[in-house]
Design a protein around this ligand. Sequence first.
Ligand code: TYM
Length: 321
Amino acid sequence: MTRLSGITPSGHVQLGNYLGAVRRWAAEREPEDLFFVSDLHAMTTPNRPQRLRALTREQFAVLLAAGIDPDSVFVQSDLAGELGALNWILECTCSFGEAARMVEFKERGAGQDGSRVGLLTYPVLMAADILLQGASQVPVGSDQDQHVELARTLARRFNSHYGQVFVVPEAVVPKTAARVRDLADPGRKMEKSSPQSPGVVFVLDEPDVIRRKFRRAVTDGLDRIRYDPDDQPGVANLLEILAACTGTSPYTAAGSTSTYAELKDVVAETVIEELRPLRRRTLELLDDPAELDRIRSHGAKRATERAQPRLQAAFHVTGLR
Ligand code: TYM
């Protein structure tokens, strides 16, 4: 079984990325695993080169600090040649309608003349990431489910049209924290690209900043602690975060405190303790750029070697070589 997943350096890693994805990547180590920083994906929206480079390095360090095996990590653009080639083949396997139906495109780019074509085709590049490495499982938060479904569709279509080349992947979504919500606006998911939002907890935030963000978390006027995501999304979010950090269910977590203020304090302290070693280790790694570069080159070599035979097979069956 090969598990593969990625994280985009469009901002600092936030709590949803960690609880919904990165922490699980590290928890169930498999020798064939591959996890990467998807810097090519960060180009779908405007960015500054220096910031992109710094965020890529930071995210790479977070993956390692979380406990992912150094043999399993790489940076997407180190495989830009192989991915670019397969991306084109898959763009020619995907219909315009399929790409335009992706929720993320509909929310961010549809109907806007100036939005980048990459925003439309980005799920196809994601399919290239997955299919190039022959991944069978893709551990993601629920927001990426639809994109993995597209990768499944493209793998099946390609295989039936040209011949068996690709493994058909499946998304693996966690039971708790599959969609951590913004603390200030529980109607939205927590997102790293909303840096101004007081409701986004970044994994490298100082403990006092985390305390402040939780203290200001939006709840409701019902004054009861119950896990009810429809009627009490703010409280449900706090309970999900607590449950994910303590390994219980949000229903059980609901019994641990009696007031909203107490709940917020307990969640804040639990999150601070959960993130403390991650933060320390990330900062240590960022202090050793030579070691990060060494791990990055090794990962690039391994991922490229794994990608080559499948790419050659795709060229062959399509009549390109
Ligand atoms: P990205 O960087 O938006 O998110 C990285 C991972 O974090 C999960 N996630 C969340 N989980 C729970 N609650 C949230 N609020 C939350 N926000 C994000 C995401 O589901 C994801 O698992 N396109 C991808 C990166 C990517 C990729 C791939 C993933 C590129 N190629 C191939 C899988 C396979 C992205 O931008 O994730």
